[in-house]
Design a protein around this ligand. Structure first.
Ligand code: ZN
Length: 297
């Protein structure tokens, strides 16, 4: 056990991505499994077998990215909206089961960590990331270190008493309600009919459909308001946008930059670039591996 390789698992609402990861962030033996979501027991059985499949003598630690707020003091995964995990001492459970050091982190934090080390943020010391998919997650790196608290940036209030948030969140006017693929699909369907999802909306915009461009610009301005607040709080050098809906690119980013220039303090709106994430769907998996390496120290 020379500490050169770990297992990383990105436990998502629909699939578990697993792989063996080295210190340079290279993924070997990448695997993908459907996430069992019928019960916590089945979920844990699925996670266990995904680990066992990759476990060899050279594995030094295991890291998990989980779609749930994590209490890092106790290693507990608190209530998750997408997978059946309820207030479980996840880190202790896995450490006992596999007899190895175990790291656990929120999935969006893990993706942020990977982009910081090996992706869009590799040349900066401070960055903020937002992931736009079904939901809106995020993470922050401050002074070269991952912020390991609850970086639930998607649940930042950007409109007081605004539209209801998604999933099991009971809040209103949260960023997530305005900037996800789900939010985009809702607006697109009002305009173009039930068959148009976020993906199709982006395509319509690329084809020059003005109303599609306007819908995306409206979403981008809300995104810019959220980013403006994050820049004012964290003063990052860079803002990275990942997740499937980030494919909308400058249809979102340009209006977001315009609002960022208006809202960010002390000229930060001119200085802080908004860029695409670079690692794609592997970010969460690589980040889980980094969390495993951290557990070795
Ligand atoms: Zn919310």
């Amino acid at each position: 056990m020379d500490g050169k390789r770990v297992i990383g698992l990105d436990v998502g609402g629909t699939k578990i991505l697993a792989g063996v990861i080295d210190r340079e962030g290279q993924v070997e033996r990448r695997r993908e499994h459907a996430t069992p979501t019928a019960s916590q027991e089945e979920l844990l059985a699925g996670v266990d077998s995904a680990v066992e499949e990759l476990l060899t003598d050279e594995i030094a630690a295991i890291g998990f990215g989980i779609p749930s707020p994590i209490d890092q003091r106790t290693g507990r995964a608190l209530q998750s909206v997408n997978i059946p995990l309820r207030d479980l001492d996840f880190r202790a459970r896995m450490a006992e089961r596999f007899g190895l050091p175990v790291g656990i982190e929120n999935d969006a934090n893990a993706a942020t960590y990977a982009e910081f080390r090996f992706g869009a943020g590799r040349d900066v010391e401070d960055m903020v990331m937002l992931t736009l998919g079904t939901g809106c997650g995020g993470g922050a790196v401050i002074d070269g270190k991952l912020f390991r608290g609850w970086a639930e940036f998607g649940h930042m209030v950007i409109v007081y008493d605004g539209i209801p948030c998604q999933g099991s969140c009971t809040g209103r006017g949260h960023l997530e309600a305005y900037v996800t693929g789900v939010a985009a699909a809702k607006l697109a369907q009002e305009e173009f009919g039930p068959a148009v999802d976020a993906h199709r909306l982006v395509r319509l915009a690329r084809e020059g459909e003005l109303r599609a461009v306007e819908i995306l610009a409206g979403i981008g301005r809300y995104l810019g308001a959220g980013i403006g607040s994050l820049v004012n709080i964290f003063s990052p050098e860079l803002v990275v946008i990942g997740g499937g809906f980030a494919a909308a690119g400058d249809f979102l980013f340009e209006p977001a930059r315009e609002i960022l220039r208006r809202e960010a303090l002390a000229g930060a709106g001119e200085r802080v670039p908004i860029v695409h994430a670079e690692l794609g769907t592997a970010a969460g998996l690589i980040g889980a591996g980094l969390v495993a390496f951290d557990a070795l120290e």
